[in-house]
Structure formats: structure tokens, C-alpha cells
Design a protein around this ligand. Structure first.
Ligand code: NZQ
Ligand code: ZN
Length: 381
């Protein structure tokens, strides 16, 4: 087993009725005035907003509201939020929503301390401090509620890029799975696909010496699949929501990836190019299309790990059968499985490949160049 270090400082408060603790958590971190950051309004429809406002008022926390974080959040909106944080002397952020709201919260929390927010993403500025971020999670998918990463889209330059810093781990994340029963079916499926993808990005880098990580990772993949199946039948199944929610957090909080070499992340790089070009594409939809194609293209470079995955996660007899089982599951959940369904044609390939390679070198199990990316895209068409 590889040597490793593990630390995750985020406090989790999990379960039905836990949103009411948000005010006390903010207060006990010595924060008196926060920004309440949210998306397009789903939290007003499902009662989450009222619970938060009640808790903040009860604990006498002042707050300023900003709405309108877009799915695939934008640099443009984040820059406006940074200005507001400065002018209002805000001490912390309460992010209420899914990955997009939380990632924008992390970005602006670090962004107030640098001259130019995008420099953090270009690795031209180092994050040395950030405002504390408090999370109320409404969509289990990205794992951002318990990790140090954030993704923003620079629409002007067609870059959907990420950064990671220990300073932006949320201080506290409240996960009440019951508020996720209002998710559209599509978003529930997206949560499953993204969580599975995070597990797979790490898993395929594994060696047999890391048996505990591989076994934990496989069990988490099987749990995600079975819980999404249940939720497709009944979106109000609380136990399935709860088991999925925790699986999704541990899929990218370090627990299921220790000693697995830091992960592959090629499929994520390809997906980020797709949704940079068309921000209407949800992150997980791009992953559902690209993951099977990537496995088909690279699995011969490390057959034993893909074979183990096919058998232990999908109860399949070969890598091909495993990929087919995954694709038919995605189809059953209503996820797209071809680039054509996402509106791309072969004519878009050069633009997509340019976006992928601009981000940096990708491809660890198999090093990939421009021609390889075109072939992978072809497999997904
Ligand atoms: O706009 P609101 O009202 O919030 O509605 C959202 C949005 O329309 C809605 N929604 C969320 N919770 C709901 C709900 N609707 C009804 N009931 C609820 N309880 O769902 C829609 C999608 O939300 P979004 O936050 O965009 O989805 P997700 O959580 O999948 O986040 C995607 C973003 O996270 C990035 C992705 O690239 C993408 O930008 N990622 C972040 C990662 C990280 N920080 O570690 C890792 C991931 O790999 C990923 O790249
Ligand atoms: Zn992801």
C-alpha cells in the first residue's frame, strides 16, 4: 500500500431536520454577518430557505442574499459577488444548493483575498486564506460539501476550470437528505452518475496492494447504483436518499481514494470541455456519455483493474459486459449516452479537443494526445 496522508476538516451534520442548526454553527465560528448564496429559487419551493432564515434570525446572524448562481457557475457572477462581499464587510458565506452554488461560494471566499479571481484558476495566484464557508446541501452529486475543490466557467474564454485549496473546505456542511425529494428525476440521476464517476476516477488508478481502498470504493459504487434504482421507483424514499447522500460525500472526500495514486480525471477533463462549450449540459450528463467511451479506449493498458471493476461492481463476466451494463443502467435512469444526444457532431471535435488540451496534460493510465481524444470522442458519438 502506498504511503498516504489523510485529513478532512469539514464537520458534517447529517439527517432529517438538521437545517435548523445552521445559525448556531455560524455563530460558534464567531461570524456575525454572512452572505446567503443561492441558485434560481428551488430552495424557496421546498422550504429550505424558510428554515435557514428562521435559524439565522433566531441566532441573530445578519445576512445579505445573493441569488442567481447558474448551474455550471460563471466567473462573471462570482466577480460581482466578490465586490459585494468587500463592500458589505461580510465575514462568511452560507451556500445553499448543489455543487454550483457551493463552488461559487468557495471561489468567492478565496477570491476576496486576491487581486484577480481567475488568477487562482490559472494557478497564477496562490490561495493563502478564505472566508469561512457554511453549506446547506440540497443535491448530492459533486462531493464539494466535503472537499477542497471548486469549479467555475469562464464563458468568454471557453474555460471550465477548477482549483483546490485546503482553505476552502467548508467549515460545516448540513446534509438533510429529505430536502432532495424535490429534485427532478434528471438531477437525481445526475447525482448518481457524478458520484459513480468520482469513485471510478480514483478506482482505476488502484493497485491490488490497496485492497481496502478498492473494496470500500467498490462497495460505495454498488450502493450508489442500488440507491438510485430505488429513487427512480420512489423519489420520496428517505433511506435511499440518505444512503445515496453519504455515498456521494465519501466518493470525493478522500475516504474512498487513499493510496489510489491521486486519481485519473481524464473523463472529467473531457466533460469540462463539453460543458464549457455548451453550459446547458449538466456535468453528469457529459460524464455519462464519456466514461464508457474512455474505458473502452484505455482499458487494454491496465486490464486487471477494469476486469475487477466489471466483476465486482456490475457482476459482469468481462470488461465489455461491464461497460454495457453501466451504459444500460444510465439509459434506464434517463441519462444521455451519446454526444449526438448532447447536440455535438464530428465537426465540433477540434473545438472540444482544443479545450481539453488547453487545461493541461491529461491521461495517466494511458497518456493521450490530440488524436487519442478524437478517437475517444468518436466512440461516444
Ligand atoms: O438553481 P437552483 O435553484 O439551486 O436549482 C438547482 C439547479 O437547477 C437544482 N436543485 C438543487 N437542489 C434541488 C434542486 N431542485 C429541486 N430540489 C432540490 N433539492 O438542480 C440544478 C442543478 O444544480 P447544480 O448545483 O448545478 O448541480 P450539481 O450539484 O450537479 O453541481 C454541478 C457543478 O459542480 C461541478 C460541476 O462541474 C458543475 O459545475 N463539480 C464540482 C466538483 C467539486 N467542487 O468537487 C466536482 C465535480 O466533479 C464537478 O465538476
Ligand atoms: Zn464530477
Amino acid at each position: 500500500m502506498e504511503n498516504f496522508q489523510f485529513q478532512n476538516p469539514t464537520k458534517i451534520i447529517f439527517g432529517k431536520g438538521s437545517i435548523k442548526y445552521i445559525g448556531n454553527e455560524v455563530k460558534s465560528n464567531n461570524v456575525q454577518k454572512v452572505l446567503l448564496l443561492a441558485g434560481s429559487g428551488s430552495i424557496k419551493q421546498n422550504g429550505v430557505y424558510t428554515q435557514i432564515v428562521d435559524s439565522l434570525n433566531r441566532t441573530k446572524i445578519q445576512f445579505v442574499e445573493v441569488w442567481g448562481v447558474r448551474p455550471n457557475p460563471t466567473l462573471e457572477h462570482a466577480k460581482q459577488v466578490v465586490e459585494l462581499l468587500k463592500s458589505e464587510n461580510i465575514q462568511g458565506i452560507v451556500a445553499v444548493g448543489g455543487g454550483s452554488v457551493i463552488d461559487e461560494a468557495k471561489s468567492v471566499a478565496a477570491g476576496v483575498f486576491v487581486e484577480n479571481l481567475w488568477d487562482i484558476f490559472e494557478k497564477k495566484a496562490v490561495v493563502r486564506q478564505a472566508l469561512p464557508v457554511f453549506v446547506v446541501l440540497t443535491l448530492s452529486a459533486t462531493g464539494t460539501e466535503m472537499n477542497p475543490f471548486a469549479v467555475l466557467s469562464n464563458d468568454e474564454e471557453l474555460k471550465k476550470w477548477s482549483f483546490g485549496s485546503p482553505f476552502v473546505y467548508p467549515k460545516v456542511s448540513i446534509i438533510d437528505p429529505s430536502v432532495q425529494s424535490t429534485l427532478p428525476r434528471r438531477q437525481t440521476a445526475n447525482g448518481g452518475v457524478d458520484s459513480l464517476s468520482h469513485l471510478m476516477e480514483n478506482y482505476f488508478m488502484g493497485e491490488p496492494s490497496a485492497e481496502i481502498s478498492l473494496a470500500l470504493n467498490e462497495a460505495t459504487q454498488r450502493t450508489v447504483i442500488s440507491q438510485i434504482d430505488k429513487l427512480m421507483e420512489n423519489p420520496d424514499n428517505y433511506e435511499a436518499r440518505a444512503n445515496l447522500a453519504w455515498s456521494s460525500s465519501i466518493a470525493l472526500n478522500g475516504m474512498t481514494s487513499v493510496a489510489l495514486g491521486g486519481g485519473e480525471w481524464t473523463t472529467h477533463a473531457i466533460e469540462h470541455a463539453l460543458s464549457a462549450i455548451n453550459p446547458q449540459i449538466a456535468h453528469a450528463e457529459g460524464l455519462a456519455v464519456m466514461f464508457p467511451a474512455w474505458i473502452k479506449y484505455v482499458s487494454d493498458a491496465k486490464p486487471y483493474i477494469f476486469d475487477r471493476w466489471a466483476r465486482n461492481v456490475w457482476a459482469a463476466n468481462s470488461i465489455n459486459e461491464g461497460v454495457e451494463a453501466m451504459q444500460s443502467k444510465f439509459r434506464l435512469w434517463g441519462s444521455p449516452t451519446t454526444l449526438t444526444e448532447l447536440g455535438f457532431t464530428k465537426a465540433d471535435f477540434p473545438k472540444i479537443v482544443k479545450c481539453i488540451v488547453e487545461y493541461g496534460r491529461v491521461g495517466r493510465i494511458k497518456q493521450l494526445d490530440t488524436t487519442d481524444f478524437e478517437k475517444i470522442l468518436e466512440l461516444a458519438l
